[in-house]
Design a protein around this ligand. Structure first.
Ligand code: PLP
Length: 379
């Protein structure tokens, strides 16, 4: 049986995107590919309100995290990491390895770091960069990136880095309006493309910071190696992942066709409906209501449900979800609902969750979660 992939990335890949992956290869210098590549790069910049440069590079989100840090810091610099979970924490080791001085503000899982704590740190000392994860996939918490960006306008020499890997293309984001200097994501999350590419956007300020260093130790992720290619894709630095670029181009076309605003609204509406539906059948959502993401839900089990057995049951019934991380391993599952999924997928998933609950002895009337979901999206 086909399994519905409802983990927080990779997300389901629609047929028209799959077809791009299966196309006959072209040379990277073929004028047809060059024109496709250029179109993707330009569209992506417009999509997130980037006034600097857009990079589309083979690699995953983690490589984008490294690229962000590598280009705007030098050993000894202070970096402030605002972390709402596992992926926020990932910046700590990346920075440690580059001999940066790291201060970390960590929230309790499910909550956010208060703005007042961030402000207190910024007053205390100069930070070369501040990192925030827009949606931390381990907690389902959405950070107030607009408010943090506003705070940072008073610190013009600080580079504001936002990890959008589980957000961009689904959560409201705009670099110019939110004062973001570096934003990045990867193809397998809200863009609904297979894993393998990341997209990173750098503001003029971020590019200027890189140019203020003669060189950086990293080679593959150096902005200045890729910049000439992004400006003129006829140039070569390292081979572009041609079929993935085509797949991404199709994804961007789908996003434009839906309209970014409608896409944001769809994610919001369906996420809230899913979250309410799960609550009506006895689950709890880890993230506080005011800080819940629209891209995924981190769902805590009611008493008496075994994580491995529950997820195995869902799998048997055709749905794959992800397990909890860190302190929530074994206590919750993570359900992705981002990208190019439809109402039909969500109805199927909720009905399978109901069936699994019934099989574990929970007295759920079939249709309870599905009914709540349908009521909410039609409200
Ligand atoms: C998935 C994810 C990453 C890591 O991306 P990979 O493509 O797995 O390297 C980083 N940050 C967030 C918020 C993510 O969800």
């Amino acid at each position: 049986m086909e399994k519905l992939v409802m983990i927080p990335g990779p997300t389901p890949v629609t047929r028209s995107i799959q077809d791009e992956m299966g196309r006959e290869i072209q040379a990277f210098g073929d004028p047809r590919f060059v024109s496709d590549y250029k179109e993707v790069i330009d569209s992506l910049g417009q999509m997130v309100g980037c006034k600097g440069a857009s990079f589309v590079v083979a690699g995953t989100g983690t490589l984008a995290m490294e690229m962000a840090i590598a280009n705007v810091t030098k050993p000894g610099d202070n970096v402030l990491i605002i972390s709402h979970g596992f992926f926020g924490d990932r910046f700590i080791e990346i920075c440690d390895r580059k001999d940066l001085q790291v201060d970390v503000l960590q929230s309790e899982w499910g909550k956010i770091v208060p703005l007042t704590e961030i402000e207190a740190k910024l007053i205390e000392k100069y930070y070369a960069a501040v990192t925030v994860t827009h949606v931390d996939t381990s907690t389902g918490v959405r950070a107030p990136i607009q408010e943090i960006g506003k705070l940072l306008t008073q610190y013009q020499d600080t580079i504001y880095i936002v990890d959008g890997v589980c957000a961009t293309g689904a959560e409201i984001e705009n670099m110019a309006e939110m004062h973001i200097d570096i934003l990045f994501t990867a193809t397998q999350k809200a863009f609904g493309v297979c894993p393998g590419l990341f997209m990173l956007w750098a503001s003029e300020k971020a590019l200027a910071r890189r140019k203020s260093f003669a060189k950086i130790p990293e080679y593959y992720v150096d902005f200045l190696k890729w910049l000439p290619v992004m400006e003129d894709p006829r140039k070569y630095f390292a081979t572009p992942a041609i079929n993935l670029v085509w797949a991404l181009k199709e994804s961007v076309r789908i996003i434009k066709e839906e309209g970014l605003k409608s896409r944001y609204e769809r994610h919001e509406k369906h996420a809230r409906a899913v979250q309410k539906a799960l609550e009506t059948v006895g689950f709890k959502i880890l993230a506080e209501p005011a800080h819940r993401a629209v891209t995924l839900s981190n769902v805590i089990y009611p008493d008496g449900v075994n994580d491995l057995a529950f997820r195995a049951k869902l799998y048997e019934l055709g749905v794959m979800v992800a397990g909890g991380l860190g302190p929530y391993a074994g206590k919750m599952f993570r359900l992705g609902h981002m990208g190019n999924i439809t109402m039909h997928d969500i109805v199927a998933v909720l009905s399978v969750i109901e069936q699994a609950l019934v099989s574990f002895g929970k007295p759920i009337k079939p249709g309870t979660a599905v009914g709540t979901y349908l009521e909410e999206i039609n409200a």
